[in-house]
Design a protein around this ligand. Sequence first.
Ligand code: ATP
Length: 414
Amino acid sequence: MAEIVLEDVSRVFPGGITAVEQLTLQVRDGELLVLVGPSGCGKTTTLRLIAGLEPANSGSISIAGRKVNRVAPRHRDVAMVFQGHALYPHLTVRQNLAFGLELRRGRSLRRGWRRWTNGKPIDGHDIDRQEVDSRVQAAAQTLGVEPLLERTPAELSGGERQRVALGRALVRRPAVFLLDEPLSNLDALLRASLRSEIKRLHQSLAATMVYVTHDQAEAMSLGDRIAILDAGRLQQIGQPLEVYRHPANRFVAGFLGSPPMNLIDATVETSRSEAGESAVLRGGGWSVTVEQRWLPGEAAGGRVVWGVRPEDIRTNRTVPGPESPAASRQSGRVRLAARLSLVEPLGDASILHLVPPACNTASPAGENRVLLMKTDGSGRAAGEQVEVWFDAAQLHWFDALTGRSIHGFEANNR
Ligand code: ATP
């Protein structure tokens, strides 16, 4: 059992900077939890608090059922892989991999180490030479660095160095792995391939892992669950798709997704016609008519933030023929006239920038807001007037003041 529990943990640095504020979260035994958020939100500090490299000002941290606030890092049974590689440049890959275990053995590969460890095992685990060799071999095999064992770090590529850094954690067989942006120095292709390796590794080890990244796509693809932080506070924790589909607040909605959710601040007016009651959302240069039943009660007659994911917006080409307002209402479709201000082809998809029809610049100033739409986009050109639509059921609603998610009547009953 290597469950990690943080209860009400805060870390305030000298000078009064609150890096982590009343953080409560649980990392389940054998889980890969990803901490994700923008730069400076407290991810690394959280990891360092778990590792014992940073003291908590308040709150409790437990690992495997044992409160560790006062336990030294080396007795917490955690291994940390940092940003960058942190390998010893003068040692071979084999020696780098064995380094931590050699310290445990209290034996040295060099004289200086013997002096440092005073010739004694530091954490009471004596590991024999055969065990060191076999762990190094096994880690090298798992990470595909066997042919590189006799090279020094200078003779390795960035990806190979990162594998060795992971291997150094692996050979220790800790109860908990803490990984701090381990892929941040690598190019996109290598990142993607090492990311899959880490996922496979986690599945085969079934070890508890906490992985820090600022990259939401990496978080989504890696995590059993993801915890989103902002300004030192936990915003939401859950399975990636659950959080993606049901963001708890405006911050999470605007952070996850590529591009993230469109969010528009709007005033709500009620309009009545023979076809029924509708709400008109005015804001960002857009005027969106939604059947009243979709509107959250808390938003009626006030202000609200509505959101729609770029991939949930469709162009009129995919609507089978024109629809009467009554049919639109029945189908729950929200239709919008727009002008296409920019097309960004990505290969497998395109990002279309939509601006209100009367807005004639590509980067609208003032009130006007761009809606981003993700589509196959074939044959679209900037300047076109288009009609787009989305299902009212795909609308997300947020409180204009607090930013927290609110649900419409229909959403509550789905
Ligand atoms: P990044 O993604 O840029 O690494 P992060 O989310 O990991 O950021 P932290 O490194 O945890 O963020 O930092 C959180 C906040 O605490 C930041 O405002 C940072 O400037 C501050 N901070 C971090 N370490 C210290 C320190 N030793 N002394 C003072 N302030 C610090």
